[in-house]
Design a protein around this ligand. Structure first.
Ligand code: ATP
Ligand code: MG
Length: 570
């Protein structure tokens, strides 16, 4: 492909709104063009790379025995009501209606559609197991679209769904997808960490996320320094360090803390470390107010709280509810004398002497011993893990990292198959319900994650497997006739061998062309110039190497073919 005939416009500077390296580079290299917040056009170069990621995904899905389908992006509201998820996800969905005023949504995901499909198409155990997938646009009204393709309003997802006759069989389907994901990300040259994940609004039994480790990642995770345990912070548990008991004969006594509301303010005011304070948070769990206590230096984790309480929905109480429950203005809640259920983090179970809120304006209590002075309904691990916490599996130290979630696999169980009555007749002729799994890959996010993980100060460094073109061919001076003749011949020869070449035939300064070649980041560059031809040679350089090779003109094609083949195999 000749550069002069394509639509590739590289930029010297990244647009203002590009905050992270991959977003900047994808814009600068002319892969994407922005239409609006979270909406991007794939330019020819970007689309070529995207299609390669899609091809890898498709090949590995097919190899794992999944079959491709294509479902409508436009979905009737009723199916979301049927699964019970309309109320949960309605703010995140784009809601529209047709000319008959029928409500529709633009699909943020397809559990509802596929289960409806399975209910219609599958009726016998002979048709099971089945795994179906599609590669298609998804729409989500993200609160904060940003980072280019990382968090877009419209993005491409590969979503797969498995249907099985039993829970054990569903585990097998899950494993097949898990293994396919490992292969997909490996082929994209991505270094991924698989972590245990929360099942959240999806419902379901267990799940794993595939994370690309990066400081710019929006997800937090912990990984054990010693064993294989790794989990999303939404999900991660911790083992408690050994604690010493602390007792006192003194009873709780009020202390004036005028206007000191936050833990940091109270700790500074009383000159005590935050760990000697207990934070009391008022929540509403399935409509009823509860209090949750966590150590003053830790953060409550709502996902863990919801799970600990048996999968209820939890949300922070509003000011009025807090004032009603505590009899005090916001900022002074404490467990002593509360009439609502009190849950506490597991770390607070060993008796110690704490400072808590006093349930009265401008008042805290000293000498509070939980259990003695305040009843606790139950203790659960409900705080967010952090660097240095102990691994729940082996007790060793855990590290905290940031990651980009590129893939997610869920064992769903029967939540959706029950809602859509997706059943089948077993061998004995009895009607049973199907057991499901669902599996997503953010295809467009994966593409950008590759750039986030593989670049240098000069630009992108494409892995051979998804590079938009395989070879960059540059003629620094197109006015030099012999260079052009030799380059045209090499281009023809390479294309005849099936190599994808981007031929920079622009009448631009050499400096601009070399900078652009590095920015776009194809794995190998061949330069045909007056100087190289003086020795009858072509200069060949890998994007990742500092050294150049001078190869005789007649060997250049074969050398490049060898490099490309080696790159795609590894
Ligand atoms: P996140 O937590 O990042 O919002 P999610 O858990 O809601 O993602 P899933 O429903 O698991 O996402 O979707 C499957 C995959 O789709 C994700 O693993 C991610 O790679 C991708 N994805 C989700 N939301 C977006 C988005 N707004 N833009 C681009 N890719 C996305
Ligand atoms: Mg997810």
């Amino acid at each position: 492909m000749r550069w002069s005939e394509t639509l590739i416009a590289t930029l010297r500077d990244a647009p203002q709104d590009a905050e992270i390296a991959s977003h900047k580079l994808m814009m600068r290299a002319g892969l994407l063009s922005k239409l609006g917040g979270g909406l991007y056009t794939f330019l020819p170069l970007g689309l070529k790379a995207l299609r390669k990621v899609e091809r890898i995904v498709r090949e590995e899905m097919d190899r794992a025995g999944a079959q491709e389908v294509l479902m409508p992006a436009l979905q009737p509201r009723e199916i979301w009501e049927q699964s019970g998820r309309y109320s949960v996800l309605k703010d995140a969905m784009f809601k529209i209606h047709d000319r008959q005023e029928r409500d529709l949504v633009l699909g943020p995901t397809h559990e509802e559609v596929i289960t409806d499909l399975a209910a219609r198409q599958i009726s016998s155990y002979r048709q099971l197991p089945r795994t179906l997938y599609q590669i298609q646009a998804k729409f989500r009204d993200e609160i904060r679209p940003r980072f280019g393709l990382m968090r877009a309003k419209e993005f491409i997802m590969k979503d797969a769904y498995s249907f099985d006759t039993s829970w054990e069989a569903a585990d097998k389907s899950y494993q097949a997808m898990y293994d396919a994901y490992v292969r997909i990300f490996k082929r994209c040259d991505l270094n991924v960490k698989v972590v245990e994940a929360d099942t959240g609004a999806m419902g379901g039994n267990f799940s794993h996320e595939f994370m690309v480790l990066a400081d710019s990642g929006e997800d937090g995770l912990v990984e054990c320094e010693s064993c294989a345990y790794a989990a999303n912070l939404e999900r991660a548990d911790r083992r408690l360090p050994p604690q010493t008991e602390e007792r006192t004969d003194q009873l709780p006594s009020p202390v004036a803390t005028p206007n000191q509301k936050t833990i940091a303010e109270v700790a500074a005011f009383l000159k005590r470390p935050a760990s000697q304070l207990v934070k009391t948070l008022i929540y509403v769990a399935d409509g009823k107010p509860i209090a949750v206590l966590v150590p003053g230096d830790r953060d409550l984790n709502e996902h863990k709280l919801a799970r600990a309480l048996g999968g209820v929905t939890v949300q922070m109480a509003d000011d009025r509810t807090i004032e009603q429950a505590t009899g005090a203005p916001v900022g002074f809640a404490g467990p002593v004398g509360l009439k609502i259920p009190v849950y506490a983090d597991a770390e607070l179970k060993v008796p110690r002497v704490y400072v808590t809120g006093g349930n009265a304006a401008d008042t805290h209590l000293l000498n509070v011993v939980l259990g003695r002075d305040a009843a606790v309904t139950a203790y659960h691990d409900v705080v967010t893990c952090r660097e240095g916490d102990l691994c729940p599996k082996c007790g060793e130290r855990m590290r905290e990292k940031r990651g980009i979630e590129v893939g997610h696999v869920f064992k769903l169980g029967t939540k959706y198959s029950k809602a859509f009555d997706a059943g089948y007749l077993d061998a004995a002729g009895n009607r049973q319900i199907m057991v499901m799994g669902c599996y997503g890959i953010g295809v467009t996010r994966t593409l950008q994650a590759v750039v986030e993980q593989s670049h240098d100060a000069n630009g992108i460094i494409w892995p051979a497997s998804i590079s938009p073109f395989q070879v960059s061919l540059v003629v620094p001076n197109v006015q030099h006739r012999e260079s052009m003749v030799a380059a045209e011949a090499l281009l023809k020869e390479l294309e005849a061998r099936g190599i994808e070449v981007l031929f920079d035939d622009r009448d631009e300064r050499p400096g601009v062309k070399f900078k652009d070649a590095d920015l776009i980041g194809l794995p190998v560059r061949a330069v045909v110039s007056e100087r190289s031809l003086a020795d009858g040679k072509v200069e060949i350089k890998l994007r990742t190497a500092a050294d150049k090779m001078m190869v005789p003109v007649q060997d250049a094609c074969q050398t490049l073919v060898d490099i490309v083949q080696k790159g795609t195999q590894s």
